[in-house]
Design a protein around this ligand. Structure first.
Ligand code: AMP
Length: 444
């Protein structure tokens, strides 16, 4: 019950109207310390209810002060325009019985219109880093009065190369009293460094949605012989599964475009979303999916991050994601707020070891599924190690002459087995290719 929190009655009224009955785990964990004014570092992904987890305490604080629209009192910084728009909508819903006003500052919109909105002094500013820096440079925004700073999807902002911008912006909010940092993944060294700089004795809440995910989403794998076979399986799944909306994830833009082409040729109302698409196309794709004009989205990871689409109940991993975190992120898009979801990963021989690393990371075994009509010849490796990975075929001893001819191949083969301790952040592809790095926006 939300009434368990000491939230202002106007907020509780809005929450009740939105039919939020039970707080999600991240809300239950984050709202009380946030209300106490503590800094928070929260690991939770989109779909966990994290937006309300930071918005409700923030709004509560701003209502309590009762001096609306004199200065910007809170800044919510996040990576993409779509996420910013979604967050603004959430604020409007929660703040409907208050006088609190918010404004949006993101790229792709008219600068002067934004400057005019900033002059009207919103209480809460929702912004993406690049455009906010432009406003700082032109003196159209003053962040010095900011009391509460929220960094949402901080890991993603760093992935997108915003480290310097964030440093500058947090420096501008030097007088802030509270900082709330959210990231979908544990993040790497850069995130840890940033946390050390921007948070003061934070409460660390780790709400990895791994456990929640497995409760409401069935997770299956289907083996495939090659990309062509995977394409046929995608067609089959989209025609035979019962779903409201589906996302098919690929690891590369090229594959996303290719698959999209096939689907459109087969008369599916589909959209494609990847880093090469401009803002207008991205918005169109997301709006169509949200409104139900299209049921199928083909997307790469970076493009789809932060998407919150109602009724998304089927996720197909055309390629296995490169890390356990990324898998959780993709599959966490289904089964939101307790709804049923299905996640199907298509596994060729070169996906197998990634898949078994993800199984170990999640501490669960995916259901093996066979589509009779499309059964291929690859059914997984002949022998597997205790870890679940493919046991390598013993190579014949090569004589010295042979070895001398192929020094590069030999060197890379030698390096390969040395990295299991770093899984799942560095996963090794099965067929001896170079170790696959985790999260590679460049491939998007
Ligand atoms: P978020 O993780 O903040 O993107 O939230 C995901 C979705 O869950 C949004 O559509 C929210 O409106 C919804 N939501 C958040 N908290 C709750 C709750 N306690 N009960 C029902 N729905 C919720």
């Amino acid at each position: 019950m939300f009434t368990q929190f000491a939230l202002h009655e106007r907020l509780l009224k809005a929450v009740a109207e939105l039919n939020f009955t039970e707080p999600t785990p991240v809300q239950a964990a984050a709202i009380p310390p946030a209300l106490e004014g503590r800094d928070l570092r929260v690991t939770a992904q989109t779909g966990s209810g994290k937006t309300a987890a930071f918005l409700l305490p923030l709004l509560h604080r701003l209502i309590g002060e009762a001096k609306p629209r004199v200065e910007i009192r809170a800044l919510i910084l996040l990576p993409t325009r779509e996420l910013a728009q979604q967050t603004l909508k959430e604020i409007e819903r929660f703040a409907q019985y208050t006088f609190i006003k918010s404004a949006l500052v993101t790229g792709g919109e008219d600068f002067k219109v934004q400057a005019a909105e900033l002059r009207r002094m919103p209480d809460i500013l929702v912004a993406t880093p690049g455009r906010l820096i432009e406003h700082l440079n032109s003196g159209t925004v003053d962040l010095k009065p900011v009391q509460v700073l929220v960094l949402d999807e901080a890991d993603r902002m760093l992935d997108m190369g915003f480290a310097e911008d964030i440093e500058r912006i947090t420096g501008e909010c030097a007088k802030r009293e509270q900082t709330l940092l959210f990231s979908a993944t544990g993040g790497g060294k850069v995130l840890r460094e940033m946390i050390g700089k921007v948070l003061r004795e934070p409460v660390h809440l780790k709400l990895n949605s791994i456990d929640q995910m497995s409760e409401t989403t069935r997770q299956q794998i289907i083996t495939a012989d090659d990309p062509g076979h995977k394409e046929r399986l995608v067609h089959w799944l989209l025609s035979n599964e019962t779903y409201r909306k589906a996302i098919v994830f690929t690891n590369t833009r090229v594959q996303a475009d290719r698959l999209y082409g096939h689907l459109v040729a087969a008369d599916y109302k589909a959209f494609v979303l990847h880093g090469d698409k401009d803002q207008k196309d991205r918005k169109l794709a997301i709006d169509r999916l949200k409104q139900g004009g299209t049921k199928v989205l083909v997307a790469t990871d970076v493009a789809a991050r932060g998407l919150d689409v109602d009724g998304l109940d089927l996720v197909i991993n055309f390629d296995m994601p490169r890390s356990g975190d990324e898998y959780v992120h993709r599959v966490g898009r289904t089964g939101r707020a307790g709804a049923e979801g299905l996640a199907v990963s298509l596994i060729c021989h070169n996906d197998w070891n990634l898949m078994s690393s993800v199984e170990r990371y999640l501490k669960q075994r995916f259901e093996r599924r066979v589509v009779k009509e499309l059964k291929g010849s690859y059914q997984g490796p002949k022998n597997v190690k205790a870890s679940g990975k493919a046991a390598g075929v013993k190579k014949k001893k090569t004589d010295k002459k042979d070895t001398a001819k192929k020094p590069a191949a030999k060197a890379s083969a030698k390096r390969r087995p040395s990295s299991p301790k770093s899984a799942p952040s560095t996963l090794v592809s099965q067929d001896g290719m170079a170790p696959l790095k985790r999260k590679k926006p460049a491939a998007e």
